[in-house]
Every structure is written in C-alpha cells, then in structure tokens.
Ligand binder design. Sequence first.
Ligand code: ZN
Length: 247
Amino acid sequence: MQLTRSVHIVASGDAGFSLTNAFDCTAYLVDGGGECALIDAGMGVEPEQILRGIRTAGFSPERVTRILLTHGHGDHAGGAAALSQACGAQVYAMEPAADFVSRGDIAALSLEKAIAAGVYEPGYTFRPCPVLPIADGQRIPVGCLTLTAVSSPGHSAGHCCYCLEEDGRRILFAGDVIQCGGRIALQAIWDCDLQQYMHTLYRLAELHPDALLPGHGCVALQRGWLHLDKARAVLDTLALPKNSIGE
Ligand SMILES: [Zn+2]
C-alpha cells in the first residue's frame, strides 16, 4: 500500500489495516532506490505474509538491507529474526531495546504480561536476533535517502522514532508513542515512564511532522503535527492524553 513517493505499508494487523497477521504492528518499507529499509518487523508469527507484502509493493526482499525497530515489544520486533534472515538485512534499535531483542529477554520485553493480558496469542514465542545499537540523532542511509533516529522513551525503554525528509516534507515514523487523534499508549509495565513520555511528546511536537505514520491505527499523510499538538495541548492542562491501551 503506497503512501508517499518512497513509503509503503507492507504489514499491518487488526489495530491497523488487517493486511497481515492480526497482531502485527504496521510496518513500513522505505524505498531509497537501490536499497530499502523496513521500519518494524511485526510479530514473527506469519513473517511470510510480510514478505508477500514487500513483494506486492513491488520489491524483492533482498533489497531490504536494514530493519529499524522502534522498540522491542513483540508486535514490532518479533519478526526481526525471520525477516532479517529472509532479506539478508541488518537489524537496528536503540539501547536498551537493542540488548533486550538480541538476548530475547522476555521479562524486559514484558512478553509474559502481554500474553496474559491477551495482547498476544497464548504460546507466542519471541525469536531473538543480533541487533546493532543506534544513537539519538544518528543518520541512517537508505540508498539515496536518509533516516534520522529520534530517541523517544516513555512507552518503553529505548523507544526510537525515525524521521525522513522527502520532497521538502517531514515524515515521522512514530512507533507506539502516538496515534492519530493524539492518543498515547501508556501501559502497566516496568519500563513505561510518564516523565519520559511527556518529554518525548513535547520533543516530537517540536519536530512538526507533515506526515505521521504510527505503529497502529490510522495514518496522517498531511498535517501530522495536528495529532502531536492535540496531545501537547492536553498535557498543558495537566491532564493526560487519551490512552489507546485497553480500548
Ligand atoms: Zn509497544
């Protein structure tokens, strides 16, 4: 599903566009010409569906050289092992998420809590894979394009958003920080941190993105900043933006 000149949706579960496994996050392919990058990797339950999504978008999986994870939660990072193998791609994430995913630390990734809560299917297993750490502000080349890593903790430790400048427009891959409508994702897990979350929301609002591409739900191809401004306006009243968790 092509969104912009260089961005396609290649995976999305039932909290999005129901293209692939029901529990997958929305995963985006960034086409840099010769090379492509995948933003997030889905659950890893039916990775062949994501490979099919890549082919349907018009790309051979071998063109995907990098898989950039927004964070370590299963619905975003569980597919990294299978997809990196199938594509021959290197996986990247911000610390400490990079460490959690490479060790398959299910406690740090809150996997058992998530399965018990019905967020993932019973019996779900997480396949670890080697992950290279990236730093805040790091520029990641993807063919003729460049993605910039934006540290954005709060939803979970080591959460990272990615910014792409395309045709003078700023596209923000927001992971689980914010959804359309200004909704956030606060969870009762050890590394969800309200202070950091607030700081992240203010920081992302300052980026004033034209397009907002979240890990779940709808996408905003224009006026992406509206959703961040909405969340910021609620924080300014000392309240918390509406929570998408448990809806
Ligand atoms: Zn998450």
